[in-house]
Design a protein around this ligand. Structure first.
Ligand code: PLP
Length: 361
């Protein structure tokens, strides 16, 4: 009989066999500031309420009614413009993949600025769409001329703009984004504005959707405070969402995910309070980082801060040895040389991180 190794070699795609899976760091015993999670749990009283509610959920049934309720609740929560529709994903990672599937006409390309969120490229490659990356400027702004030229040459089916961007944390210049949206409007294709960090950001494209049918706004509840729940949503012109929704696995959001989401939206004030606290902590962190000789923090409209240090590998290891886990993003792109990405945590976690960083530089 054929050996398993041979069987794998014959059967598993060559590009899959040679790729690395999405890297997740081991965080056991460490202050976890590497993945833009909200550090706050629900207050004990709300935890009990949620537990009782999940206990009553009809987990013997496929999720149909529960998903419809989440769609309706989110549409109200975001004040979805008239003529638009909203669909759910098992996190926005799934929505990115559904877009790759739905938009795969022959020769279809996906375009995104780099450094950016890695799933745009990974999904495009796995679904065999060509990926076109356009470098940002050295201060992490969109390179307008390069973006417009790439859009004209490649006529991408999908152009992703993370707004704010990950891992750089900044909001791109609004006027440049506007001109990119207009260029895509002329060329064909769609722009996906990824607003994963919306609770921490000062601007959004969602209110403008009705006037821009070439735009989709994607959001997630992960950074909002429900990373463990897995709930993303995609908003856009109703006719377009109707097409993308056809490739969604029918029961992609579990009854438990849906109930937890409905509960969170009913307690949106608690999450708004947490987000306000994190935004205030971000400003305190910025000031503390600016005061550290050798550290250069970049502007942030997210719950993370990109900071350049003299030696990011050494700083990362020093932080880890002192019990603080961050992300060393230096290897992701040449523009990120010696950059660390710090997630904004609780006041205590942030203080520990700053102390550990000072000691590590
Ligand atoms: C974290 C993140 C996501 C992924 O969100 P999930 O809903 O957890 O899959 C999407 N886009 C950007 C830019 C992110 O940083």
């Amino acid at each position: 009989m054929m050996t398993l190794a041979r069987r794998i070699q014959q059967t598993i795609r060559q590009d899959v066999a040679s790729m690395h899976g999405y890297a997740i760091q081991d965080s056991a015993g460490l202050v976890k500031l590497d993945a833009m999670e909200n550090p706050f749990r629900l207050p004990a009283e709300l935890q009990r309420e949620l537990g009782a509610r999940l206990g009553r959920a009809a987990i013997n049934r496929y999720p149909v009614q529960s998903s419809a309720e989440v769609v309706a609740a989110l549409a109200r929560f975001v004040e979805l413009p008239a003529g638009c529709r909203l669909m759910l994903g098992n996190g926005s990672d799934e929505l990115i993949d559904l877009l790759s599937v739905a938009c795969h006409v022959p020769g279809a390309k996906v375009l995104a600025p780099l450094p950016g969120f890695v799933m745009y490229e990974m999904s495009a490659r796995l679904r065999r769409l060509e990926f076109v990356g356009v470098p940002l400027t050295p201060d992490f702004e969109l390179d307008e001329a390069a973006m417009l030229e790439a859009i004209a040459i490649h006529r991408p089916a999908l152009t992703y703009i993370a707004y704010p961007n990950n891992p750089t944390a900044n909001l791109f210049d609004a006027a440049i984004v506007e001109r990119i949206v207009a260029a895509v409007g002329e060329q064909g294709g769609f722009v996906v504005i990824d607003e994963a960090y919306q609770p921490f950001s000062s601007r959004s494209w969602l209110p403008r959707l009705a006037a821009h049918p070439q735009v989709l706004v994607m959001r997630t509840l992960s950074k909002f405070g429900l990373a463990g729940v897995r709930l993303g949503y995609l908003c856009g012109a109703a006719a377009l969402i109707a097409e993308v929704d056809k490739v969604r696995p029918p029961y992609n959001v579990s009854v438990l995910n849906a109930e937890a989401t409905l509960f969170a939206l009913e307690h949106a004030d608690e999450y708004a309070r947490q987000a306000a606290l994190l935004r205030a902590e971000r400003e305190k962190l910025q000031a503390a980082l600016r005061a550290i000789p050798g550290a250069r923090p970049y502007p942030s409209e997210a719950n993370m801060i990109l900071v350049r240090v003299p030696d990011s590998k050494r700083a990362f290891e020093g932080l880890k040895a002192r019990g603080v886990l961050v992300k060393n993003v230096a290897g992701l792109h040449p523009l990120l040389a010696d950059c660390l990405r710090l997630t904004v945590g609780t006041p205590q976690e942030n203080a520990a991180m700053i102390d550990a960083l000072k000691a590590s530089l």
